[in-house]
Design a protein. Structure first.
Length: 209
């Protein structure tokens, strides 16, 4: 069962917020798409109910990438669709566990470079980056690091998910809507991983004592 049971009035109000976000991002050139939304114990929005989500509503969603803002507005005119970002087009997205995300965010703040960061209630952090660069070997080999690139998508705030709502840890407005180079974020993640590696043996020694 999903934790969010929506009343009709609450769903209507939330649809307005989702629609406003989708339109605003579309005007900025972000490739947004409508996704399924929670309805009781399943995810609604497609012809047949889904048991997991959010997923794109349209089977041909890749052909709809880059749709004009006016059409985007019409998609959200009747239902509280999730807001999805198609990756591999304008942006890629690097998804990491929260502890690694926090470490990388600290590294970026140290050099005065805030970047847009999305977080989910289950403590997954997603960094939006410029497209076209594969993960460094160390990150690609990490079991909890995922690169969302061509043919993929990620949920954007304020999309509802299991246990809560997707939210911004760092809003794009803070960064002047500038998306960082993938190499910049990957370097910060690698530095954060290196710090974790150094700190872990020290913590183990303290525990052993």
């Amino acid at each position: 069962m999903l934790d969010m049971e929506w009343s009709d009035s609450w769903r209507g109000a939330f649809r307005v917020e989702l629609r406003a976000q989708a339109i605003g991002l579309a005007w900025r050139g972000w490739p947004v798409l409508p996704g399924t939304y929670p309805a009781g114990s399943h995810w609604a929005g497609r012809e047949l109910p889904e048991h997991t989500g959010p997923h794109p509503v349209h089977d041909d969603w890749q052909a709809r990438v880059g749709t004009e803002p006016e059409q985007v507005a019409s998609w959200w005119s009747g239902r509280p669709y999730s807001v999805l970002l198609a990756t591999g087009v304008t942006f890629d997205a690097i998804e990491v566990p929260g502890d690694l995300g926090r470490g990388a965010a600290r590294e970026l703040r140290t050099v005065g470079l805030p970047v847009p960061i999305i977080a989910t209630p289950d403590d997954r952090w997603t960094f939006l980056v410029t497209t076209g660069r594969p993960l460094a070997r160390t990150l690609a080999d990490h079991p909890d690091v995922v690169l969302h690139a061509d043919g993929d998508y990620v949920p954007l705030p304020p999309t509802p998910v299991r246990h809560g709502v997707v939210h911004w840890r760092v809003n794009p407005e803070v960064c002047g809507w500038q998306i960082p180079a993938s190499s910049t974020v990957q370097d910060a993640l690698l530095d954060a991983l290196a710090r974790e590696t150094v700190a872990r043996p020290v913590a183990d020694l303290v525990t052993a004592d």
